[in-house]
Each structure stands twice: as C-alpha cells, then as structure tokens.
Design a binder for this molecule. Sequence first.
Ligand SMILES: NC(=O)c1ccc[n+]([C@@H]2O[C@H](COP(=O)([O-])OP(=O)(O)OC[C@H]3O[C@@H](n4cnc5c(N)ncnc54)[C@H](OP(=O)(O)O)[C@@H]3O)[C@@H](O)[C@H]2O)c1
Length: 262
Amino acid sequence: MNIGFIGFGNMAQAMTDGLLLTGAAKPQQIFVCAKHWDKLAANAKKRGVVPCRTAAETAEHAGLVVVAVKPYLVEEVLAPIGEALRGRIVICVAAGIGCSRLEELLPEGIHHLTVMPNTPVSVGEGVILCERQHTLTEEEFAVFRELFSKLGLVETLDASQFGIAGDLTGCGPAFTAMYLEALADGAVLYGLPRETAYRLAGQMIVGTGRLKLASGDHPGAMKDAVCSPGGLTIAGVASLERDGFRAAVIDALAAIQERKAR
Ligand SMILES: NC(=O)c1ccc[n+]([C@@H]2O[C@H](COP(=O)([O-])OP(=O)(O)OC[C@H]3O[C@@H](n4cnc5c(N)ncnc54)[C@H](OP(=O)(O)O)[C@@H]3O)[C@@H](O)[C@H]2O)c1
C-alpha cells in the first residue's frame, strides 16, 4: 500500500525513516507534501521518496494518508481535500486532534484514526499510541496495525489516558537523553572517553527497556537483581534516593500537567 504524508517535518520524516529502515515500505511507495517546495524536494531526495505539489496529489497516490502538520493547521489543510480522502485510511498525528474533532473536520464517512507516535519511530523503536475511538473498519485497523508495528509498540488507549501517556512517551525521550548524558558525564569524570560513554549508556538503556518488556518483571525486582548486599550498585541507588531521583522524575510529569492546565 502506498503511504502519503501531508506535512513532511520532524515527525513525518521520523516515521518515513522508520518505514524505510525496517523495510515496511519502499521509497517509491511514499508520497509527501509540505508547504515549502525546495525544502520538501531536498528532504524527499535524501530518502528517495516522492514529493508532491499538493495535499490532494498526495492523497490521490496513497491508500493510507498521514496528516502530520501542526495542530493549528489541520483544519486549513483538511478543508479542501476532505473528499479526496474518501476510501483512504486517514491517520492523524496532530496533538490534541482526536476522533471527535476529526468528525467535525472531515466529511461524513471518512475513515480516520488519531495516533501519537514518538521520535524513536525513526529506528523502529517508537511507541505509537492509538485512540480507542476511531472510524476505521476492522480490516483497515489491522492494516494500520501491521504497518505501524514496524515502527514500534502500538498501544490502544481511551481518549482520557491519551494525554498523560503521550507526555510519558513524547517527553520521556528528552528526560532519558538527559539521564544518558549524565551517566556519560559521570563516566567521563573517571576517565572514559565521551563517545564510548554515550555508546555504552545508550545500549544499556535500550537493553534495560528490552529486558523489562521481555521479562515483565517489576522494575523494583530488576533493580534488586543487580544490587548485591553491601555492593556497589546499592551504594549508587542509595545516593540517587538521597538526591530525590524518583521524585524528580515524577515531578517532571506533574510539571507538564500543570503547564497544560494553565
Ligand atoms: N515532533 C514530535 O515529536 C511529535 C510527536 C507526536 C506528534 N507530533 C505531531 O506531528 C505534527 C507535526 O509536528 P512536527 O514536529 O513534524 O512539525 P514540523 O517539523 O513543523 O512539520 C510540519 C510540516 O507541516 C508542513 N506544512 C505546513 N503548512 C502546510 C500546508 N498548508 N500543507 C502541507 N504541509 C504543510 C510543513 O512544511 P514546511 O516545512 O515546508 O513549512 C512541515 O513539513 C504536529 O501536529 C505534532 O503535534 C509531533
């Protein structure tokens, strides 16, 4: 199935990179459009995907169309192409544009689903949150799931949980990158070359996440498993507890909720 991206910025490029890297799509199956042609053409050329002059042209070529413009532009972008989306699977990644809003913005009978991907989709290790309420048929949802599973974990959630889950998966990469950098700083302080420290910390984080998903173990049990009595790891754990490590992380998510409520 051909895939179209309306808007080819950071998120659409991350998804495209993931689709190409994992072999889920070939470059000639991906059609993209954006506002500024020269920039679009350069970004498309880099990946071998097909640039289109308009959103309507993109929709014409694609069986699955991803709407990836900024949320405030979704209405303007969809208005002229509503009918061109008939018979397509429409996937909207714009934050805050859920199923009920798409029902208002699209002509009746267009099949759509709201999702929230995060940037690690570019390496096939993302999280793709899907709103439980959507208008895809079962077959269309299965097509979507099969394709997007190549980009990472696909998780269906009620609209009420979508916001906080998106904060965890969308903002989490920034927090994790800070943790990764801090680990490397600590190691550099004691003589490890920086690039080596980043590589080791990055893989350690990947491995710990994979172990959690594969084993289903409680995170506390995973911590206990590497803390021998009187050992080195527990000394580090105690230090992190004294410095409020876990509270700082919980507070970061709380700060996001406070910011959203303003
Ligand atoms: N970035 C993330 O981590 C992330 C995560 C989850 C969801 N999202 C959602 O993804 C959407 C895109 O975010 P982004 O970070 O990728 O933004 P972005 O980098 O600013 O990309 C927006 C894209 O929309 C294009 N565009 C603007 N006006 C257009 C028009 N009239 N017709 C067609 N394309 C148009 C822009 O083209 P030009 O570049 O030529 O101006 C650009 O390619 C947002 O709604 C956001 O909520 C983003």
